[in-house]
Ligand binder design. Structure first.
Ligand code: NCD
Ligand code: ZN
Length: 434
């Protein structure tokens, strides 16, 4: 099948392409990117499908480094299939699945299970991330070599930190020996205690137990130092504090192999947006101070923060239908990330459209050592068509994810995914996009 995408605004950081051009896909490969008249003439007639992407950005498929698919074990919250559909609707063509499922993905067979299931059930590419310790119990290092052979790009204990530094160091060394990265969820358990909300005036007014900056920052510092000594590339998950940004900047200056991601909720909302006890505003790490939000944006703009990841964390209505004290941490993000990024960062001139693609596709690909994240001819045809003009209100009832837990229901945003193409196949198309 040949697909010709015409008149779109091509954004490709890898080739520094930024302009109105046509893009030709043949089977699963990007065949050509050309100016009108040049590629256009010969290709238009022979394409099986011609798509008019006028006024839209045509981007390399978005890559999400941080997704909770809940499969196996918590398929009442999400499955590989529904998570894959939500990803496609959000413009993602590859998603990295965190291992905090049941059972925990901590050995070769379990990685193989997810990858085989995803090949059948998911419309987008799923890359499983392996746990650092068996069962995420923090006692024994997991089967890192075996999981590497099954194709994991990284190990992570996400959902918590490996609190035993010696054990973590051992896992990091094994990850390094197997060519993997470590994705670090940074949270000092003893400092978090039963906290549910950022340490702030708001938390005090609401009478809720608090989570300090330090609870995150001390582990960011520790993990950078450990990774440096272990010689493993470290990726800091969901940075939420100004201190975290500072430490990542310092580490990069010192030539330590560290990268970092920020989630849309952390650059869009602060703790002051929590107006009442609402579990849809409960996530880990928590919404921080306005000063942190500014630091995250600055970090993104200055290239200290490499990636935007969703930390898509679906939970059921029942689980989230209680108080902040009783509900689990986490919110969904796959179907709102691109719009929030465009609205909060690009439309407000924090990032250029090209930088948005860097943070959501090009850099994530580099972080996991993938050749994706580009529209260069010869690349796999993973493509996202994004319409920056569309204005609408986020409607959680229309999510294809099984999760409805979002603080963004009813929020006005700009920017809509019109089409998602994975390996030359159209896996999602907006109903109003002919
Ligand atoms: C995540 C989850 O629900 O699995 N929750 C969250 O609040 N972020 C775990 C995680 O990403 O740390
Ligand atoms: Zn986490």
């Amino acid at each position: 099948m040949k697909i010709l995408i015409k008149n779109g605004h091509i954004l490709d950081p890898a080739t520094n392409t930024d302009g109105i051009l046509d893009l030709l896909i043949e089977e699963d490969t990007i065949k050509a990117v050309g100016t009108k008249g040049k590629e256009h003439k010969g290709t238009e007639v022979s394409a099986d499908r011609v798509i008019d992407a006028k006024d839209c950005y045509v981007m390399p498929g978005l890559i999400d480094l941080h997704v909770h698919l809940r499969d196996p074990g918590f398929t009442h919250k999400e499955t590989i299939e529904t998570g894959g559909l939500a990803a496609a609707k959000g413009g993602f063509t590859t998603i990295c699945a965190m291992p905090n499922t049941n059972p925990v993905i901590d050995n070769r067979d379990r990685v193989g299970f997810v990858h085989r299931k995803a090949a059948v059930e998911s419309v987008v590419n799923v890359l499983q991330i392996g746990a650092v310790t068996e069962g995420q119990n923090g006692e024994y290092v997991a089967d890192i070599a075996g999981m590497a052979e099954e194709g994991i790009p990284a190990v992570s204990e996400d959902g918590k930190s490996v609190m035993d530094a010696k054990l973590y160091f051992k896992g990091m060394k094994q990850a390094a020996a197997n060519g993997l990265r470590v994705f670090a969820h940074c949270e000092e358990k003893s400092l978090v205690g039963n906290g549910v909300m950022h340490k702030s005036q708001r938390a005090k007014e609401m009478g809720l137990p608090e989570i300090s900056h330090a609870a995150e920052d001390v582990i960011v510092a520790r993990d950078i130092l450990l990774a440096k000594e272990a010689g493993v590339p470290l990726h800091i998950c969901h940075v939420s504090t100004a201190g975290g940004v500072k430490m990542v900047a310092l580490a990069k200056k010192g030539n330590i192999k560290v990268t970092a991601e920020v989630c849309p909720h952390h650059f869009t909302l602060s703790v002051n947006d929590i107006k009442k006890d609402d579990p849809n505003f409960k996530m880990n790490p928590p919404l921080r101070d306005p000063e942190d939000v500014e630091a995250l944006k600055k970090g993104l703009a200055e290239g200290i923060i490499d990636a935007i990841a969703t930390d898509h964390a679906p939970h059921t209505m029942q689980e989230k239908g209680v108080s902040m004290m009783g509900a689990p941490f986490g919110i969904v993000g796959l179907e709102t990330a691109a719009a929030l990024t465009y609205t909060e960062l690009v439309d407000k001139k924090v990032l250029t459209p090209m930088q948005m693609v860097e943070k959501m596709s090009y850099n994530p690909a580099k972080i996991i050592g993938s050749s994706k994240g580009t529209l260069a001819p010869g690349s796999i045809a993973d493509v996202t068509i994004f319409d920056p003009r569309a204005e609408y209100r986020i409607d959680a009832s229309k999510f294809v994810s099984m999760g409805r837990n979002t603080p963004f229901h009813g929020r006005k945003v700009k920017g809509l995914v019109r089409m998602t193409i994975v390996g030359g196949e159209i896996v999602y198309q907006d109903e109003n996009f002919a």
